[in-house]
Design a protein around this ligand. Structure first.
Ligand SMILES: CC(C)(COP(=O)(O)OP(=O)(O)OC[C@H]1O[C@@H](n2cnc3c(N)ncnc32)[C@H](O)[C@@H]1OP(=O)(O)O)[C@@H](O)C(=O)NCCC(=O)NCCS
Length: 165
């Protein structure tokens, strides 16, 4: 199994993986719209012998305040085929995805809405996002700051249009 950048030729298989992981099409519609709007930063796939077993997507996000405007990545969705879950594929996609974002000097961090027990393993905290003005609150709304306290405390979180927020 190896992790590589998602390519256009992967799209149909990727959408199937997302559908099978979530058991519904909602996340697939989101991904298609993000691509149509040109709001995807990058996607990664976990591939084994030509079969895609997992996928992760990062899209554009801004945090704006009167003093500062920063670019961050919105992590969504993360999907692993049910038969291949629990084998570390999701973790490998997370680690490579985080590293790729860190290597992009335009990005100040990553925001995710998801299971706290899962994402906290990769350094995401809800304390980093608790002062942000965002469509979400609570312990599932988490951030990973690439520099300490880089998220402006009075920042307004702006998701890509496809999220409909
Ligand atoms: C969440 C998901 C991507 C994890 O992928 P994976 O390849 O199974 O993950 P890994 O094998 O790297 O890690 C497995 C660990 O994650 C934990 N885990 C899996 N799903 C979890 C969840 N929903 N909440 C908390 N922990 C979870 C497992 O218990 C396991 O813990 P352990 O390492 O302590 O035993 C995968 O289960 C999936 O596609 N789920 C359906 C879609 C989904 O919910 N996506 C995330 C949206 S926030």
């Amino acid at each position: 199994m190896h992790i590589r950048k998602e390519e256009i030729k992967d799209r149909a298989q990727v959408l199937q993986v997302i559908h099978d992981a979530f058991g519904q099409w909602d996340e697939c519609y989101l991904v298609k719209q993000l691509y149509m709007d040109n709001d995807v930063l990058f996607g990664l796939v976990a591939e084994e012998e030509g079969t895609i077993l997992g996928h992760i997507l990062f899209s554009t996000m801004e945090i704006t305040s009167p003093h500062l405007q920063i670019q961050t990545a919105s992590l969504a969705p993360l999907s692993v085929l049910p038969a291949h879950q629990g084998k570390g594929i999701g973790s490998q996609l997370m680690e490579r995805g985080i590293q790729t974002c860190r290597n992009n000097e335009d990005l100040s961090g990553i925001i995710v809405l998801g299971h706290p027990a899962y994402y906290s393993k990769f350094g995401f905290t809800s304390t980093s996002t608790e002062n942000l003005d965002a469509p979400f609150k609570g312990n599932e709304f988490m951030g990973l700051e690439f520099r300490k306290n880089i998220f402006p405390t009075d920042g307004n979180v702006i998701y890509a249009k496809a999220f409909g927020l």
